[in-house]
Design a protein around this ligand. Structure first.
Ligand SMILES: *[C@@H]1O[C@H](CO)[C@@H](O)[C@H](O)[C@H]1NC(C)=O
Length: 202
């Protein structure tokens, strides 16, 4: 696990970046080139027991949901889920947190409306964040959500996320695998300066 750790966040897809720089997508960006950043992350959604990171904060008034027994339309969970570079919560490296909500937002289907920020705390993008919004049909093998923005290295990001259930560690611990594809302007700034640096500039 240790040798494979650095691969992850440093895995700015260079091949893809070159393709973007020379392809039509590059020209489409006003005034310049763009760069594709690929992140491969595992998200640990722990809904109960020790180490809980996901808490239901709204319980829909009912009736019982037809596709998700025990749940109700409108059920909303707030999350602060750990993100790791491998599927194991214990032996993989912690690289950030997924903070936000998901809400059961279909009357008939097992569909969650997800809204979250991926805040990275390690690797090449430490201090930067990606904002993800979308529809998570939990019955589908692969779900696609949208990258709608970001901060730091992800300022003005657009793109998509492929989202899969990797495995169930336990009844309460679901591991999700996320492939984030974010396109940012080539001249995207470095992560925001720290307070000391900002004073120096001012
Ligand atoms: C991430 O950045 C913070 C703030 O600069 C720093 O304190 C921390 O050590 C960094 N973490 C890693 C794993 O590089």
């Amino acid at each position: 696990m240790a040798e494979s750790a650095p691969r992850l966040l440093v895995l700015v897809s260079l091949v893809a970046a070159l393709a973007m720089a020379t392809g039509p997508a590059a020209a489409a960006h006003a005034g310049g080139r763009s760069r594709l950043i690929h992140l491969h992350l595992y998200m640990h959604d722990i809904t109960g027991g020790p180490g809980q990171t996901a808490v239901q904060v709204v319980k829909g008034p009912g009736p019982a949901h037809p596709a998700m027994p025990g749940y109700h339309f409108g059920d909303t969970t707030v999350i602060d889920d750990a993100l790791t570079d491998g599927p194991s919560a214990s032996s993989s490296r912690l690289v950030g947190r997924a903070q936000g909500t998901y809400m059961l937002a279909s009357l008939t289907e097992p569909v969650l409306a997800v809204s979250m920020t991926v805040a990275l705390t390690a690797g090449a993008y430490n201090g930067s964040a990606v904002v993800i919004v979308g529809r998570d049909d939990v019955s589908a093998g692969v779900r696609e959500l949208a990258v709608v923005g970001g901060t730091g290295a992800f300022r003005r990001a657009t793109g998509h996320v492929l989202w899969r259930t990797a495995r169930m560690e336990s009844r309460d611990h679901m591991v999700l695998e996320l492939d984030v594809y974010a396109t940012v302007p080539a001249a995207s700034p470095a992560p925001p300066p720290r307070a000391g640096v900002a004073r120096q500039v001012a």
